[in-house]
Design a protein around this ligand. Structure first.
Ligand SMILES: C[S@@+](CC[C@H](N)C(=O)[O-])C[C@H]1O[C@@H](n2cnc3c(N)ncnc32)[C@H](O)[C@@H]1O
Length: 209
């Protein structure tokens, strides 16, 4: 399978991995993540979604008709092209694509607000966590939910040599960052394992509102 490193050395180039991103393991995992998010947040067909770092849009695709219109943000042009193809052939329904980068100094936040913000396996790439969490809060409608799925704290083996992001997150520390960003309720649960031929890593689902 394709993943964030190729046996030892981290490969940050999401563009060149776009065409082979969707594989049965990622599709199945995205289905499980979508089911957990739906169970935790009870969306409806009017729920306005922002998926941040959407990749090929697998999680929004798996949510399907359980949610309403979606804005899919990703910084990789190659992955945005894959999402555009899915919109064109109907696999992604009622979706728009943006290159919005919430880590940027000059990020122009969209005027719209969302009921559900989803970000899966993205935050470990984000150095300035507090900036992005604060921006999520501004983009979320009161009563909405932010769902973060990411790695639990790990020893660096997930990405291997050369990775400069977070080695997963301590759940309590992340919850504290979420509270500082203005989220009153933070619930943590298991997000399921990521199994590869070179190891297994646990993940969490944080639901903040
Ligand atoms: C490990 S992938 C996960 C993709 C997708 N969420 C999934 O679960 O299949 C991380 C994604 O985050 C995107 N990304 C990384 N940094 C980003 C940033 N600052 N803004 C937006 N997207 C970013 C990458 O392009 C990539 O699509």
């Amino acid at each position: 399978m394709t993943h964030d490193h190729d046996h030892g050395r981290y490969n940050p180039n999401f563009d060149e991995r776009a065409a082979t991103w969707d594989d049965p393991t990622k599709v199945e995992r995205s289905r499980r993540v979508a089911d957990a998010i739906a169970a935790a947040t009870s969306p409806d067909p009017g729920t306005r979604v922002l998926e941040y770092g959407a990749g090929t849009g697998l999680v929004t695709e798996a949510l399907g008709e359980r949610v309403g219109p979606a804005l899919l943000a990703d910084s990789s042009a190659g992955l945005r092209e894959v999402m555009a193809a899915k919109i064109a052939d109907g696999r992604l329904r009622d979706a728009r694509i943006t290159d919005l980068d919430l880590t940027a100094d000059d990020a122009a936040l969209p005027d719209e607000r969302f009921d559900l913000i989803i970000t899966v396996m993205v935050m470990h790439h984000v150095t300035d966590l507090d900036r992005v969490l604060g921006r999520f809060r501004r983009l979320l409608d009161p009563g909405g939910h932010l769902c973060i799925v990411d790695l639990d704290a790990e020893d660096g083996s997930f990405h291997g040599e050369g990775f400069t992001g977070h080695h997963g997150f301590d759940r309590d520390e992340l919850a504290a960052h979420l509270r500082t960003a203005g989220f009153a309720d933070v619930a943590m649960s298991d997000g399921g394992p990521i199994d590869r031929d070179d190891g297994s890593w646990s993940t969490f689902l944080a639901v903040a509102s």
